[in-house]
Design a protein around this ligand. Sequence first.
Ligand code: ATP
Ligand code: MG
Length: 225
Amino acid sequence: MEKMIEAVNVSYIYQTKYQKTKALSGVSCSFERGKVYAVTGKSGSGKSTFLSLLAGLDVPTEGTLNIEGEDMRKINRDTYRLNRASVIYQAFHLFPLLTVLENVMFPMQLQHVPAKQAKARAQEYLKKVDLPESLYKKMPGMISGGEQQRVAIARAIASGGEILLADEPTGNLDSQNEKVIVELLCKLAHEDNYAVIVVTHNEAVAAAADVVYGMSDGVLSVVRE
Ligand SMILES: Nc1ncnc2c1ncn2[C@@H]1O[C@H](COP(=O)(O)OP(=O)(O)OP(=O)(O)O)[C@@H](O)[C@H]1O
Ligand SMILES: [Mg+2]
């Protein structure tokens, strides 16, 4: 089976006027659909940098990142970010002035899906993340953190992409909500065949993953597979 994502000797350097920081160094690994991957490691080790390359926000300074065999440098990264890979964050980042339902419709509107169809699909995605219908018309600020993260997941899958990236998705949640989110991410990988990649400090989150990578000073190694 072709690998969904393959990193080959990926390095990344942040260059500012005053200094260079090598955030990733010779990272090689791969990601397949149907599995949950955890990327663990200390603060500053390069986890978020790696995730932003996987999200197509930038390209490696050296090495290659292949998406189904195509070099990230050669594909249209705007299209990739719009249609294929979505990111969820610790702080949820929902649009505060849109309702729950409108948040989930948003990626489909960018894709010019007709409003009626976008609404119907948004309702399906919200069902998939188990959000009560009574919350669809609320603003994100009126619902709990765990509920907001479920909306963020619904919005992420609404783009129709196959790659789900998460940066500390449970960092702002209590252990009960953490469990719900982790189970949901596992379900999306195992039942719906997403490639799920989760950056986390959290042991319980890593324990639920199928494969665990560890990042240390920009160098990636396999912890468990
Ligand atoms: N925009 C930036 N400009 C310059 N250096 C940066 C930038 N972002 C991150 N870095 C540096 O790159 C290295 C890796 O940072 P990164 O944010 O990837 O770490 P992290 O593992 O996600 O840490 P944390 O667990 O604290 O989120 C660090 O040395 C950091 O200071
Ligand atoms: Mg980070």
